[in-house]
Design a protein around this ligand. Sequence first.
Ligand code: SAH
Length: 586
Amino acid sequence: MTKIAPAIIVLGNKSIPVARKIISILPEAQLYGLAGRTSEVDVIFTEFGVTLRELFANGTPIIGFCATGILIRTLAPLLANKRQEPPVLAVAEDGSAVVPLLGGLNGVNNLARQIASVLGVKPAITTTGDIRFGVTLEDPPVGYRLSNPEYAKVFMSDLLAGHAVQLKGKAAWLRNSSLPIAQNAERVIEVTEKAVFSTATHLVYHPATVAIGITPLNPPLQRGEGSELVALVQQMLADAELAPASVAGVFASISDAAESGLEAIANSLNVPIRFFTADAIAQVMSQNTTADVAVAAALAASGGELIGQQQTANFSCAIAIAPLPIDINTTGTPRGRLVIVGTGPGRSDWMSPEVKEILRNATDFVGYSTYLDLINAFTKGKRLHESDNREEIARAKAALDLAAEGRFVAVVSSGDPGIYAMAAAVFEVLDKQAKPEWQGIEIQVAPGISAMQAAAAKIGAPLGHDFCAISLSDILKPWSIIEQRITAAAQADFVIAFYNPVSKQRTWQLAEAQKILRRHRSPETPVVLARNLGREAESAVVCTLENLVPEHADMRTVILVGSSKTRMIQKRDGGIWVYTPRRYDD
Ligand code: SAH
């Protein structure tokens, strides 16, 4: 349900000044530039067709600085469902033409008008009804739903053929259009939240004016899956003869955010949930002398009139109607989201598509400044909360607090977020210092490629059999434990990945680890020192346990120490592969 930011596709630097003008009115848009031909863009792509088809398939509006023919030919194999296709428009390199191509039911003409207006040209709109009457009946503005879209086309053809139309109900966009409105016309367009019957000559738009307020009555969360609540809301809507399509959203107090019934009801009506702070609810309660949080939430959302209120043993539910469609983006706050993402070791093509999608949509980024720098293509115009790498617990708390305000927070770690990184810190805070307002936050961990995997891939398959990872940092755990672990791992003949081997303050630990290992493993054991993986000056150097020089490692190095089975293979070019066989039969 989140609105996807448009992608502006440029194939050369010449189009960029015009693209920037478009971005001035669509600040969330991402600028995609062809590799080698463009500079200072948000996202670099190499494959035009693949990139465009991927964007189109996930519903991203596309503004292409290229010939209409190229766009049509590229997207033709995907054209199947016009109700679902995103807006696609072509813009001439010098900004002299704006041509809406696809997505007529998803606002392409309006987007073309906006873009053309900032470029000072006339959009090439070809939709007859749109030109003649200034409206697209099949694509009403945000806040209105057409109950019978299948009739809209014929209805519009009738009007174009000369029929007049009677307008019932309020909607400025229809009233102010050039539709042939006449009082007693046979054809009717009705705007109503009521569940009225529609026909081929009677179009019905449902305005998003109905607010449903919910509050649980018994604190424990043992209320099943919310089916009781869904039945109650459906009954209340039916009793009031309201169309479910007019429901703008489900509204509640933020202190009830963890209640699963809210999700059930919002999903059943396919509407978003928005929350109000306890203060906002208290204020509405005192203004309206009600003690019911559900009533207060419905009134806070609608600023209108209460039309129904009912209780079951477990819930109170209220319905209110607003005078105008409720703008969900400015009413209450959404459920907060916190995603702890792993960006991989550094290279953008080693970052998962899931992580990229999250980074594109997050509103706030929390992380160490070096990591945030690595993803600056995604952070433009977003809120950045940079911090010192050591302040993990404070950072986790701050991230949860932000999410509790309804923000979409990405906590950024390099590599994998669950390996010596922020995910554990978030769960530690949730476990030990939980605040009630964090209960309703949707939390997710999005994995990344960890340094040891990147190192292994670079050098062969050293982690091919049983292995373990040990951090040599004794900041969060005592050295005695680390010593024991190295000994145990060495005795158990695990391949070992050492993270955090050295830092400016911690200079002796790696030499100490080497000493311990020498007691258990042959001096010939292969050791891989992998530095700056996926970044500039990447290197992976192989030595033996005996030859390992601890000073060659730094805090950007991960070290893999082989087991007794790990082997080296000489490559023809002088390089070395390292692998650990999976068979133990020789
Ligand atoms: N979450 C990260 C690990 C963070 S701990 C991951 O999964 O990779 C930091 C340590 O990881 C560094 O001291 C180093 O040992 C290793 N590391 C992180 N990025 C690296 C890179 N690009 N190249 C080599 N080692 C790296």
